[in-house]
Design a protein around this ligand. Structure first.
Ligand code: SF4
Length: 174
């Protein structure tokens, strides 16, 4: 069964928590798009997976809601202590995501995570050119308008463990 296989992959990739959700549990919010428009991350208008180039709220919703189910996944990243410890923690998070992407490459699923698409060294959106690999675009959860904080709280997942660990969230739609 696809779900069982995905859960096995999630565990093997070293993620900390996951929840089985229905696509109806995904919370989209215009307020998230408004935050993106402040361009704190520098991806606004510079990445096809981020607003406004990722499309309207309805287009973003439709991209996820064409799947019935999802797995909301998190990895706790250490934000305190020595810089080396934090860097190592971020590295582990990236390795878990790479393992997840590699293992699900040929499956009928969509993986989304934080940040813009990073398939190309530099997104063609920066030059106002079309996406080079529209079938491979890695959509961002925030950039798709998802209210991750509210979703994680509703699912009783760890957003901030109070000890310096922050949850980074990912999603597999299937
Ligand atoms: S595949 Fe390349 S061009 Fe397309 S969104 Fe990703 S980084 Fe940008």
């Amino acid at each position: 069964m696809l779900k069982d296989e995905l859960i096995r992959i999630i565990k093997e990739a070293g993620f900390d928590e996951y929840r089985e959700i229905s696509s109806a549990d995904i919370i989209f919010s215009e307020a998230v798009f408004a935050e993106c428009a402040k361009n704190t991350c520098g991806n606004y208008g510079k990445n096809h997976a981020c607003p406004p180039k990722s499309g309207s709220m309805e287009e973003n919703r439709a991209r996820f809601l064409k799947y019935d189910n999802g797995l909301l996944i998190s990895k706790l990243v250490t934000m305190k202590g020595e810089i080396e410890e934090m860097m190592e923690s971020f590295k582990e998070m990236g390795e878990s995501l790479n393992k997840l992407r590699e293992a699900t490459e040929d499956m009928p699923v969509m993986v989304a995570g934080p940040g813009g698409c990073n398939v190309c060294p530099e997104c063609s959106a920066k030059n106002d050119e079309p996406c080079r690999f529209p079938d491979k675009t890695r959509y961002s959860m925030e950039g798709s308008g998802m209210d991750i904080m509210t979703m994680s709280m509703k699912q009783k997942m760890t957003y901030n463990d109070g000890k310096g660990g922050l949850g980074y969230f990912f999603m597999v739609m299937y």
